[in-house]
Each structure stands twice: as C-alpha cells, then as structure tokens.
Design a protein around this ligand. Structure first.
Ligand code: PHE
Length: 271
C-alpha cells in the first residue's frame, strides 16, 4: 500500500471515532429572497439606467421648503393638512412625495439633468386595497434646453414598453399639480384585458400610473435655474401599483403585511 492510502485509512479511523456521521444529509440552507417591491424597484432602476438616467436620493424626513414651498405649493393647499401629512417636531415632516428630490437635485446640479429617484413616501391615509400610509414612488426629472411634452410622452412610452411589454400603450390626461404646468396624469392600457375592459381597470380599459408635467417656471426661478433657457419634465410613478400589476396582487396591504406564504413565492427571484 502506498503512503497516501495509509494516510486515508488513518484519517477514516479518526472520523470513525469522532462520533460524527459524515454521511448524514446536511441541514438545508433556508435561502432568503428579495421583497417584491425591491425586485420591481430594481427593475425600474435598470430600465431608466438603460435610458441614460442617473439615480438620485433624498431624505425621508424633510422640511416644508422641499416638500411644499419650493414645489410651488400654496400655503393653504389641502395636501399640507395634518390629515394628509405626518408632521414631526421642529417643523420637519415625512415626505409625501419623491418630488422633494427634484428640488434637492436642482439645488445642487446645473442642467442638463436626467435623474430618477425611487423612495418611500408617507401620507396620513388609512390602509385599504389601494392605499397605505407608507408607499413608494419613483420620480423622474429631465431638465435641458428644448425639452418638451413629447419627450415626456416618449420616455413614458419607452418605460412602459420595457416594463410591461410592447403591446401596452400609454396616454396622458390633463390634471393639476402645483409644481408642473401643464400637468397630466399618466395611464397605461390595462395589462390584464388589453384595453377591452375588465374588473381590474373598472371597465375603462386604462390604469392610472401617476402624475406628470412640465416643470413650472416658478420652481426653476426659486432654484436659480434660468426658466427662459431651460425647460423640463417630471413624473412620479407608484411602485406598489406596478408591483401589483406585474404580480397580480389584488390588495396593497399584502405588500406590507409580509406574510411568509407571500414572501416565499419570491424566494430566489431577482437576485
Ligand atoms: N408628486 C406627485 C404626486 O405624488 C406626482 C408628480 C410627480 C406630479 C412629478 C407631477 C410631476 O402625486
């Protein structure tokens, strides 16, 4: 016998006396997974990064200047109410929208600007199938010379096509936001019925995706950006809404209750 086989023999004798049974199956490794909102947020990031956007961040705890004043929101606007906004001590508040990051980016950078900002928002809403006091938005802001509403439509349509597939259409409808002029609401054709009308789209054929518009010149003026030279568009998409549509989740609260039976369905996905 060779020295090697002697050594092995020696070793196996040791194993045999160690009291351990090395042939026993191992303890299964319970692998975690990403939360569906994280999976969708990362997917959204990827789509916009591929379109040349950069990712910007801002704080969840904000002040009235970034959440309201600089966004051209009048002092008596209903969104400032205690019934809508969580105020904290010292004049701070929990941001009600990711539009705060538009302001922070324009404070720090000169155009051209092309950013998205995904993050948490907070509103004093009772939880129900389509509301949660904590939710997520992704803001987009593009500022440059010659930016127009058609750039907004084009960006939205490109995003929708990548996210939901080429057959899904988008449209914008007139609306009002204090910080955009003109303002619009964005819809996509129903991803469930294709637009013919069903329970999910309440027979309308369309699903609301969020708010949008051209940056109001007042916002540029507050931040010292020349509103004669630059124009821009902005929009805010609801991340829960996109996750619910993509994963066929009927109630927003399911995304926050974190029942393991739900989370396990996403084990290993998106990593
Ligand atoms: N911040 C708005 C909201 O939360 C959405 C929006 C974003 C509107 C950007 C216009 C431009 O409802």
């Amino acid at each position: 016998m060779t020295a090697k086989s002697n050594a092995i023999k020696e070793q196996s004798w040791q194993i045999g006396n160690s009291g351990l049974d090395y042939s026993m199956p191992g303890v299964p490794n319970h692998r975690g997974g990403l939360h569906p909102l994280t999976i969708i947020r990362r997917e959204i990031d990827e789509v916009f990064l591929s379109m040349g956007f950069e990712i910007a961040e801002g704080p969840d705890i904000e002040d009235e200047f970034h959440n309201f004043d600089a966004l051209n929101t009048p002092a008596d606007h209903p969104s400032r109410n205690l019934a809508d906004t969580f105020y904290m001590e010292g004049g701070k508040l929990l941001r009600t929208q990711t539009s705060t990051v538009q302001i922070r980016v324009m404070e720090s950078f000169k155009p051209p600007i092309r950013i998205i900002s995904p993050g948490r928002c907070y509103r004093n809403d009772k939880p129900d199938p389509s509301h949660s006091p904590v939710f997520h938005q992704v803001e987009a802001l593009v500022v440059d010379k010659g930016i127009s509403m058609s750039d907004l439509k084009d960006t939205l349509q490109s995003f929708v096509a990548i996210m939901f597939g080429g057959r899904v259409r988008s449209r914008i409808r007139p609306h009002f936001f204090p910080f955009t002029e003109p303002s619009a609401e964005m819809d996509i054709s129903c991803v469930v019925c294709g637009g013919s009308g069903c329970r999910v789209c309440k027979q309308s054929g369309w699903l609301e995706m969020g708010g949008a518009g051209m940056v109001d010149p007042n916002v540029f003026d507050t931040l010292g950006i020349d509103s004669e030279l630059y124009t821009g568009f902005a929009f805010g998409l609801g991340i829960e809404r996109i996750a619910m549509l993509k994963y066929n989740i009927p109630d927003m609260r399911i995304l926050f209750e974190n029942d393991l039976r739900m989370l396990r369905q996403f084990r290993g996905e998106g990593q």
